[in-house]
Ligand binder design. Sequence first.
Ligand code: FES
Ligand SMILES: [Fe+2]
Length: 434
Amino acid sequence: MTAYNNSALRELVQPDRVHRDFYINPEVFDMEMERIFGRIWLFVGHASQVPNNGDYITTTVARQPVIMSRDRKGEVHVMFNRCTHRGSQVCLEQSGNTQRFECPYHAWVFNTDGRFAGAPYPKGYEDGFLAKEKLDLVKLPRMEIYRGFVFVSLSTDVPDIDVFLGPMKDHIDAFCDRSPEGEVEACAGVFRYRYSGNWKLQMENQTDVYHIMFTHVSTTDEDGKQFRREGAEEDEAGKVKVLAQDSRLDDQWEEHPLGGHRHGHVYMGRFAMDKKNSGPIYDRYKASMEDAYGDKAEDLMTVKTHNSIFYPHWSIQHLTQHIRVMNPISVDCTENIIIPLKLKGAPEEMWHAALRSNNNSHSPSGMVMSDDMEVWVRCHEGLKTQSTDWVVLARGMNENFTGDNTGSYESHGTSESGARNQQVAWVDYMCGEG
Ligand code: FES
Ligand SMILES: [Fe+2]
């Protein structure tokens, strides 16, 4: 028997605050895995992480280990990493290429499309048993691929992926359309690390403009360079420092565009301090975009969004060019997978600059990420105290916020509207009304 019926769940989320159990209660976490992660579309990876036949990656989906593979015919599959004999995970490598998956326990073998390929000493089974049993690795109930982004659902009863993504599909398009070939490619591996805090602390942080000038002040001191962008000659970090110190520029933060849509998706517009690119590399990029798209090139090249956060657990950061996956491991442990993405057909120098930017900012020791992880862990530890039950998210409540999970809204500045929009969606999912 759970202590949380629907009315108790609703009590946890008030218009301008949430109860600490929302973040730290293991029972709430288990319900989230079932009622949110178990019922909607989740992101597994990008198809270009398995470019060749026989390539695979392993990851988790709502705590359940899965394999994403490309079979001998070039088809992508996502299946549970669970031997159909006695349950062992058949593959523990994070990525690789193989002819077949062989279980380490009794060496049952599976093809890269999951089909059962045989067991040693088959005579030990009754005649025909191995042929008639369903022994293939089990696929996830639903899978869809959109522009290389691979989605799965643990339930067959999900809305169409287009409906679920809604206007956020444009954010995927905007990212891919910055490539002269209209494609992005994950060809540099991933960063993969964990922090000791709840997954929602990070989800809510990603549209939090309020924290930037404080949490990241240590990285915006004299030598900070993490905001350097491809083609940028000046030190962007210097500008952040100026913004943080110059009160006359407060308005720049407060005018910063935010927004969101149904189903808990949110986004942050581009920072005013990101300067327009120029220079010979940029000119080559521009020429290849104009070749590909003609008059539309300039618009497609213009990055309008800083990041796009897809509920419940992944995001695109447009300028540093990565996907971030936030896989919940337990109530107080979250795994981050950072997947840098190349704009196919753009100058190599831009890709190298993007990789440097990712190394500096979102690797495990990256300046931005290590600042953020420090505060998420502190939040999780602080919320365990009995001091007060409530977390205050009232900033920007006076604006015209209509994030009621029925449509889209626009917000701005240091408002906590993004967190509130996610929380409204959380209640709807948890109470079966998503
Ligand atoms: S558990 Fe996999 S072969 Fe026995
Ligand atoms: Fe941050």
